[in-house]
Every structure is written in structure tokens, then in C-alpha cells.
Design a binder for this molecule. Sequence first.
Ligand SMILES: Cc1cc2nc3c(=O)[nH]c(=O)nc-3n(C[C@H](O)[C@H](O)[C@H](O)COP(=O)(O)OP(=O)(O)OC[C@H]3O[C@@H](n4cnc5c(N)ncnc54)[C@H](O)[C@@H]3O)c2cc1C
Length: 245
Amino acid sequence: VSHVRLYAKSERLMHVTFDRTEPVTDKIITFWFTPERALHYSAGQFVGLQVLHPEPDERGQRRWFTLSSSPTENQLAITTAFSPDGSSFKKALASLRPGQRLSMSDPMGDFVLPKDPSIPLVFIAAGTGCTPYVSMIKWLRDRDERRSIVFIYSASSADAFIFTDLWKSYTPLTYVRMVSHPTDSWSEKVGRLHAEAVLDIIKTTQGKLIYLAGPQGLIEPLYDDMLKANTPRNQLLLDYFTGYS
Ligand SMILES: Cc1cc2nc3c(=O)[nH]c(=O)nc-3n(C[C@H](O)[C@H](O)[C@H](O)COP(=O)(O)OP(=O)(O)OC[C@H]3O[C@@H](n4cnc5c(N)ncnc54)[C@H](O)[C@@H]3O)c2cc1C
């Protein structure tokens, strides 16, 4: 990804110590790390994480992760999904022992909240793509900042939504769930993320900042679709995850 490569040239590395895991679902886990020094970063930024391990597969020993911790917390967290046929990196990550030291880049990226708290925000995520919003909502909540947010969260099935308690705890947030493969009892939005569905929910894009986060294959087409639907480019922020098919 060009923007990631660009950052990689100028990144600074630090050591972090793995502390503990926290299960989110049976396939999704949050990993907590203690940084070697106090860090200043913005909610929504990402890091490069290196997990050295024997016989790495061709994907290598390094990945990018958005921090799911908030700058109001002392430790750093990433949240990631595991699949049965997963990479050697994910296997090594899953077998980390508390106290193990790893190399992490300083947080980077401009998928962050605007300084002006009066700008209405639209957060859109697919699956584990919600991680930057986890950081942002915790940050806003901890600072008692109330911002107008519509969060459109898309997943294949109702049981795939994560961090539900967090979304519900932040009362200025309007939480809209969209499922592509609903059960008979599902009474909320049905379908896939595309501009028409988004516009149907938010009515107008005027004056809003629209954040799009999730796997590249889902989020890039949505970005293009939003542009085609005449959303000004400077109102769209894009954060796509590579590596998930
Ligand atoms: C800016 C940015 C932020 C990101 N933030 C996050 C985040 O917050 N959380 C997150 O989970 N990810 C995030 N990612 C993606 C992350 O960097 C990984 O690419 C992703 O987690 C997939 O990891 P993995 O390659 O280890 O594959 P796995 O998670 O192990 O597997 C993913 C898929 O790839 C297939 N696969 C596994 N190994 C191979 C292989 N050797 N060859 C071919 N296919 C294979 C698997 O079958 C599975 O379908 C981010 C990426 C970027 C660029």
C-alpha cells in the first residue's frame, strides 16, 4: 500500500513489552503492550509490529495494526482476527508470553478526529475495521467530549459485531447495524455497504466528515462509490486493512 510504504521510510521504532491478551470473540483477540516510554499519539493511528519467529512464511514477520487503545490509556493495544489457516505471524502472535519484548513503530497516520468538535462525524466500518473507532470513542468518552457521530457498522452476520458495549456506552453515538446474511429474526438494516445505503441513513453528506475503515476489498469500492455519489473527496477519510481477502 503506497501510504504505508511512504510512512515506513520515516518511521521510528521502539520496544514494547507484551502484557496480556483479552478475548473479544473466540476468533478475535486484543493484545496489550507496555511501551518503553510515554507515547503521544492520536486516536485512530496505526503501528507496525514485528514478531520475530522461526521459519516465517512469505508474508514475513511484520504487520500493520491500528491501535485499539486510547491515548488516555497507559498501555497500547491492537485487536486482530485469527483464522484456522492463518499466517506464521499470527501463530507467533498468539503464542507470545507475558514479558516478551517486541519492536513497534511509533504510531502514525492521519485517520484521526478533526480538531473542531462541532463537525458531525460518520464512522463506517466492516468487521474488525472498527478498531480505529474503538480508540476514538474511548478517547472521547474519557475526555467527556460529546460529538455527534453516526456509526454504520457492517458485518456478514449479527454475531460478528464487536465492542457493542463500548458503542452503546457513548450516548451521542447513533449505532446503525447492517448485516449481509441476516437470520429471520433480524429487524435492523440488511445489505452491503454502498453509497446509496449510506446516504439513505445519513440523508446528506453536507458538512460531515465520513470515515471508512475495514478490509481493502470492501472499503476501497465503497470509497469510489461515495465519490461517484458526489461526496467531496476532502470529506472522506480512508483506512483500509490489507491482508484480509
Ligand atoms: C493501516 C493498516 C491498519 C491495519 N489495522 C489492522 C487491525 O487493527 N486489525 C487487524 O486485524 N488487521 C489490521 N490490518 C491488517 C494487518 O496488517 C494484516 O494484514 C491482517 O491482520 C492479516 O494478517 P495475516 O497476513 O497475518 O493473515 P491472517 O490473519 O493469518 O489470515 C488472513 C487471511 O489470509 C489468508 N492467509 C494467511 N496466510 C497466508 C499466506 N501465507 N498466503 C496467502 N494467504 C494467507 C488466510 O487464509 C486468511 O483468509 C491493518 C493493515 C493496515 C495497512
